[in-house]
Design a protein around this ligand. Sequence first.
Ligand code: SF4
Ligand code: SF4
Length: 299
Amino acid sequence: MYEVRFHGRGGQGAVMAAQTLAEAAVNEGNYAVAFPFFGAERRGAPVLAFTRIDSKKIFSKTQVYNPDCVVVLDDSLLDTIDVVSGLKPEGIAVINSKEKPEDIDLGKTINTATVDAVSIALEILKAPITNTAILGAFAKATGIIKIESLEESIKRKFGEKLGEKTGEKNALAARTAYEKTVMGKSRGIKKLEARKQWLPTYQEMPVGGSLIESKTDAGLIGPGSFIENKVSGWATYRPLRDREKCVMCLLCWFYCPEGTIHRISNKGDLMTNYDYCKGCGVCANECPVDAIKMVRARA
Ligand code: SF4
Ligand code: SF4
């Protein structure tokens, strides 16, 4: 059995990638299953998805704890999650990153493939949705599935949902990533921390079940935890405000879902705290005088 674990963020399409891979594997005559694991997240929070492929019927229903391959749709996750946890010794990590494999520190020296899926997605799809590009990299890095099978599955699955043209563009993103994927070995320098406990156990929960503010070894949880949950790692874009154009209507301040725009003086100038800006672009959308431009967060 070949097992794959996808690490992504809500909205990046990890679940769809896992399903598309399973469908392509079935079309090649295998058995396959795909399923997601969601925490209590919203758009942008970490998400897991899994695919199992075998020549025999698959009865296992658990999450994938010892994958043959981990696929990482967002390299900002490498800072906070041990994505290669449980990876088999001969396994491989496929990572969406501008870096070469030897410049990526996974805390272990392991087979690694990288591709700049964000740039490919932006160029072809005009949106930072990296799930189809990363599937192309998966095909190249593992040889478990033919790129042609993936292209066919992508066209069908995305075409049905989003229209034929979008299906074809997504297949092109997969093919482009397939051709641009770089293979190598990761570095193994950083010290990996033991798995952290993010939430209290049910015995620690108060009667009624609402979460109390408490400190865990992963940080603060419950009310007040907002200040510890820096979301800047999620941002593909960030807003730049043109002070000359700004008429101080404060619509951006009002609509920002993260409350990251602050009024910093009596005259009422504004400041964006990029630590808490997830780059959603709502502020730029709402600005009536086009004073906010969204620019790439990481060049
Ligand atoms: S892009 Fe704008 S609206 Fe979105 S989080 Fe950042 S400052 Fe707020
Ligand atoms: S919405 Fe535009 S004009 Fe209004 S305060 Fe924000 S940047 Fe200035």
